[in-house]
Design a protein around this ligand. Structure first.
Ligand code: NDP
Length: 273
């Protein structure tokens, strides 16, 4: 199974589809990631806040897959923002993962009330300059947060994105400035979206599952996606999305589902530690 890659703004190739492990308990993470690697995923998305970097690392070590064939993302937690604390948090993540470098390191949330993300970004630039990360980016950054970063342009902005929240302003900003948009909760957490009549009708028409229709919509828009599942059949199903193409009409039909509805926090007001 060949998963297409997208070229980031520094030339690094990132798989367009990866596997997310939010809310997977650490002691179940190695088994879940092993399933995903066996199915063919090579990009894994974790975060210090998920407290399962060690489980991810165990699965990577046991897999025997060449490090160069893997693409590992982790994220700086809010409480660790600031220049020195970011460098320290990165060391902790790397050691939990058991890796010598990560492929993509993200600032997890801007947490505007903390007002430290510009300092944290300088620390990510140092990690990049030192060759400890192959690319640096942000998560949950709105255009006005991105405007405040100077120096290196983020390679990726990972935001909540699905047909109920299409993030047109963030995606346009990304296109204009060369920042790839990555969709978290690409299936809107597997809830009502997957039984939307528009999605169900397309699923019948294409002889695919609702989740596959939604993932295909993302891929054709150019989004990077990281669906999460701990169910073996769904892990495989979510990867089997490269053998069909939605028509422009089908894409337009899905676009009508926009309703500015978040399943997660609003980045302008989320400042949790
Ligand atoms: P998703 O949109 O990926 O949905 C996951 C849910 O959908 C799970 O309950 C899963 O169930 C279910 N599901 C998965 N595949 C299918 C399918 N084929 N059919 C039906 N249901 C399905 O939500 P997440 O919030 O997990 O987001 C994905 C990833 O994004 C996270 O794991 C994390 O890596 C990242 N993320 C990043 C955030 C950030 O702030 N940067 C915030 C939140 C997520 P089950 O597991 O039981 O099979």
């Amino acid at each position: 199974m060949m998963i297409p890659t997208v070229k980031l703004n520094n030339g690094v190739e990132m798989p367009q589809l990866g596997y997310g492990v939010f809310q997977v308990p650490n002691d179940e993470t190695a088994a879940a990631v092993t399933q995903a690697l066996d199915a063919g995923y090579r990009s894994i998305d974790t975060a210090a806040a998920y407290q399962n970097e060690a489980g991810v690392g165990q699965a990577l070590a046991a897999s025997g897959i060449d490090r160069g064939d893997l693409f590992i993302t982790t994220k700086l937690w809010n409480a660790d923002q600031g220049y020195d604390s970011t460098l320290k948090a990165f060391d902790t993540s790397l050691s939990s993962l058991g890796l010598e470098y990560v492929d993509l390191y993200l600032i997890h949330w801007p947490t505007p009330a903390r007002d430290l993300y510009a300092d944290s970004w300088r620390a990510l630039e140092k990690l990049y300059a030192d060759g400890r990360v192959r690319a640096i980016g942000v998560s949950n950054f709105q255009p006005d947060h991105l405007d405040r970063l100077s120096g290196i342009t983020p390679a990726v902005n990972q935001v909540e994105l699905h047909p109920y929240l299409q993030q047109n302003a963030v995606r346009t900003y990304g296109r204009d400035f060369g920042i790839r948009t990555e969709a978290w909760s690409p299936l809107a957490k597997g809830g009502a979206l997957l039984s939307e009549p528009v999605i169900e009708t397309l699923a019948k028409e294409y002889d695919r599952t609702p989740a596959q229709i939604v993932l295909r919509w993302h891929l054709q828009l150019g989004n990077i996606v990281i669906p999460k599942s701990v169910t073996p059949s769904r892990i495989r199903e979510n990867l089997d999305v490269f053998g069909f193409t939605l028509t422009d009409d089908a894409i337009t039909a899905i676009n009508t589902l926009e309703r500015a509805e978040r399943t997660g926090p609003d980045p302008d007001t989320f400042n949790a530690a």
